[in-house]
Write a protein that binds this ligand. Structure first.
Ligand code: NAD
Length: 438
């Protein structure tokens, strides 16, 4: 099939590459000329395992191309996906200006007699599909189209396998013609397809991300109780997670959830529920626990080091999770900035995220030193904080780390290390909600 994706970011680019991989012809559109130039020159603007090969292979096979022209994309495609940002506004509600603008732009290029399915893949509040359809109709009276909701559930860091083997594909549609075309798009993936009405599909995405955030806050609240009682949250999580009704995923105590999706989607769901007159107070508590988690962790560092001013602190990890270069809303970055604000001298290391953290002005490189390796970061450090659980941190030579540090003090914000092993190496080890690492 001929497909167009408007917005070539984490969702649009990976979706486009995966659609091309299964045999569709895909045009990825973006209004960021630098991004389009880079993609046309074979450079991949984001880090996502497996993406580079996928893009190069499909460009070479002439199934994938990039443009800045919506006209080009819409003219040459039966199905037009929207994958532009939906950031939060100050009050937590969703800023839909990107979506509205794209709807108007699509309206401007739709031709009479040329039916298109317009698919919203961005995460949007319930009832956005209706507004997109109204907008297209208002700006193009004769347009022949249907609007479908197809929320995306990929996880950054494993976006390619998630898209190639989704748990489910949700198609929210009021038109049989559009549903049939969408089923054709997804047929090669052989994934379970759930067809719903548009509103339900939109709601599924916010309800899913809010539920996952709730699981994280739940285990973090349990971690606090573990710390107060001497229990071990990892054992508790194993014990409850072995119950098939609960499951072990997303029961990892740590610094709390961050990233470009969970914080904004929980906020959005709170705002949506308020607007609909059915406030979802439980989610406000989820947010409160999440915000408290980082402060509780920094308290531990303060308890051990007393005054943070002028202390040399190494931080491993800047991205919001491993295997991505995405540093948007990263708790690791928030941690670094809080330490710096208290006058600590921070040296940070991240395998993929340091460049973007500086480029997007999320950290100030005159205040935070960036190290080229984990070992460089810990030189003369009075404490090491693990903020993102990149696999390479498990494989570091801890004898060398200990020798390099001024004081062998480790704060593990993601419960990555084994408390006994850390003790054997001679570290004073603090983890989250864990016996032997209080
Ligand atoms: P992103 O910022 O990485 O990418 C968005 C792209 O859209 C950018 O390249 C931007 O230049 C482009 N864009 C903006 N306005 C445009 C326009 N008018 N015309 C053409 N291009 C335009 O964002 P993302 O992370 O891919 O997220 C996109 C949507 O998908 C959001 O609603 C997000 O909540 C949702 N989502 C994200 C993830 C994730 O893990 N990142 C997962 C599921 C859903």
């Amino acid at each position: 099939m001929d497909l167009c994706i408007i917005g070539s970011g984490y969702v649009g680019l990976v979706s486009g590459a995966c659609f091309a991989e299964v045999g569709h012809h895909v045009v990825c559109v973006d209004n960021d000329q630098r991004k389009v130039d880079a993609l046309q020159a074979g450079k991949i603007p984001i880090y996502e395992p497996g993406l580079e090969d996928l893009v190069h292979r499909n460009v070479a096979a002439k199934r994938l191309r990039f443009t800045n022209s919506i006209q080009d994309g819409v003219d040459s495609s039966q199905v037009v996906f929207i994958a532009v940002p939906t950031p939060p506004q100050v009050d937590g509600s969703v800023d839909l200006t990107y979506i509205e603008r794209v709807a108007r732009e699509i309206a401007g290029v739709l031709k009479p007699g040329e039916y298109r399915v317009v698919v919203d893949k961005s995460t949007v509040p319930v009832k956005t599909g209706e507004k997109v359809a109204d907008t297209i109709r208002r700006y193009n009276k004769g347009a022949e189209f249907d609007v479908v909701s197809n929320p995306e559930f990929l996880r950054e860091g494993c976006a390619v396998p998630d898209l190639m083997n989704p748990d489910r594909v949700v198609i929210g549609s009021a038109s049989q013609k559009a549903t049939d075309l969408m089923k054709q798009v997804y047929e090669p993936f052989r994934a379970p397809i759930l067809v719903t009405d548009v509103n339900s599909a939109e709601l599924i995405k916010h309800a899913a991300n809010s539920f996952l955030s709730l699981k994280i806050s739940y285990i973090n609240a349990v971690a606090a109780i573990c710390e107060a009682s001497g229990a071990d949250v990892e054992m508790v999580a194993d014990g409850i997670g072995m119950d098939k009704r609960i499951g072990r995923n997303f029961l990892n105590a740590g610094l709390g959830y961050g990233g470009s999706c969970f914080p904004k989607d929980v906020k959005a769901f709170i705002a949506i529920s308020k607007q609909l007159g059915t406030p979802f107070k439980l989610l406000e508590e989820v947010e409160r626990i999440n915000a408290a988690q980082l402060n509780r962790f920094i308290d531990k560092v303060r308890n051990a080091l007393w005054v943070l001013k002028d202390k040399q602190i190494a931080v491993w990890g800047l991205t919001f999770k491993p295997d991505t270069d995405d540093v948007r809303n990263s708790v690791a970055i928030e941690l670094v900035n809080k330490l710096v604000a208290e006058g600590a001298h921070v040296t940070a290391y991240d395998p993929k995220g340091a460049e973007k953290a500086v480029e997007w002005k999320l950290i100030d490189p005159t205040k935070v030193k960036l190290a080229p390796t984990p070992l460089d970061a810990v030189k003369d450090a009075e404490a090491l904080i693990l903020a993102t659980e990149w696999k390479e941190f498990s494989n570091v030579d801890f004898a060398e780390v200990k020798q390099s540090m001024h004081t062998p003090l480790v704060f593990d914000g993601r419960n990555l290390f084994d408390p006994e092993t850390m003790a054997q190496f001679g570290f004073t080890y603090h983890a989250v909600g864990r016996a032997g690492g209080k």
